[in-house]
Design a protein around this ligand. Structure first.
Ligand SMILES: Cc1cc2nc3c(=O)[nH]c(=O)nc-3n(C[C@H](O)[C@H](O)[C@H](O)COP(=O)(O)O)c2cc1C
Length: 303
């Protein structure tokens, strides 16, 4: 028997497979496909202080081996998530979830983290810092180390769960941002979010997305995500959740060898809703063939 259990800051997962935020809703839509209780955990849709309708459509575009989205954080708002959604989740998912929060100011992040206090079925808080800071000219919190540290400090101060900071790849030096978050008290790092991109409709000579640009995700981004996780692992001591383009069991193993303690799978859930189940079932045999008895042995194994 291969051990698949991993530990994220005290939260024990039966395996390292976690559907990523925004690609799994609040889990409910997936219970028709398989028993989602086999997942290590799952990440909830990014939630903000106020409810949001998101950006205008079209807000999804395809590209080779990937997709672009400019959903714009459509969500029902943190109070609805606390009062209704998280309670409902506990009726079909028996493990703690990872609650993903976003904000357009430090105060909004703080408000969301405070609102999530005292909720038993939250295991970790994942802070998406790819949002524009409305008080500082719209620059994303995640593209500046000082700003990333400020958000981290503010959330860690009020949160009652380990805080993982989800980094944007749209930066020159992701390592300095990861280090700033670690120094500011983050319990872990999640990497990566989507890469900024666009498509043009050649018939009407206009951008495909109403928002003009969107975030690229899916298998096309895997080597970029892998490289970033590898670099971050070298620089920080806290655990990393590897995200970006994972589409197979071997991708999971690669990402863990780069330094991830667990992984998140996003876009591939939209192509194959059973992708996480397939990988969880396939992992023991694949590790066995690689003569691995405990999945923890491979974390950072490529260094
Ligand atoms: C449609 C869509 C919506 C997303 N929404 C969120 C979100 O609300 N919060 C967040 O932190 N990341 C969000 N993401 C980013 C994913 O969680 C993930 O970081 C990214 O897609 C890379 O992983 P993948 O290549 O496996 O999809 C979204 C991605 C997609 C495709």
């Amino acid at each position: 028997m291969v051990n698949l259990k991993v530990n994220l800051s005290g939260l024990e997962l039966s395996n390292p497979i976690i559907p990523a935020s925004g690609c799994f809703g609040f889990g409910k839509e997936f219970i028709q496909y398989y028993d989602i209780n086999i997942l290590g955990s799952f990440c909830t849709k990014g939630t903000t202080k106020e409810a949001r309708f998101g950006n205008d459509t079209p807000r999804i575009a395809e590209s080779s081996c990937g997709m672009l989205n400019s959903v714009g954080l459509q969500n029902p708002g943190i109070l609805h998530v606390v009062r209704q959604v998280l309670k409902e989740i506990s009726s079909y998912y028996s493990k703690p979830v990872i609650a993903n929060i976003s904000g357009f100011s430090i105060e909004e992040y703080e408000y969301c983290a405070k609102s999530l206090r005292g909720i038993d079925n939250i295991g970790l808080i994942e802070v998406n810092i790819s949002c524009p800071n409305v008080h500082e000219g719209g620059m994303s919190f995640g593209t500046n180390a000082d700003m990333a540290a400020k958000v981290t400090k503010a959330v860690v101060k009020v949160a009652d769960k380990p805080v993982y900071i989800k980094l944007s790849p749209n930066v020159t030096d992701i390592v300095s941002i990861a280090k700033a978050c670690e120094e500011a008290g983050a319990a872990g790092i999640c990497a990566i979010n989507t890469l900024l991109g666009m498509r043009i409709d050649i018939k009407n000579r206009k951008p495909v997305l109403a928002n003009i640009t969107g975030g690229l995700s899916g298998p096309a981004v895997f080597p970029v995500a892998l490289r970033m996780v590898y670099q971050i692992y070298k620089a920080v001591k806290i655990p990393i959740i590897g995200i970006g383009g994972i589409s197979s069991t071997d991708d999971v193993i690669e990402m863990m060898m780069a330094g991830a303690t667990a992984v998140q799978i996003g876009s591939m859930n939209l192509i194959d809703p059973c992708i996480c189940k397939t990988i969880i079932e396939d992992l023991p045999e694949r590790l066995n063939r690689l003569k691995v008895k405990d999945i923890n042995e491979i974390i950072g194994g490529a260094h």
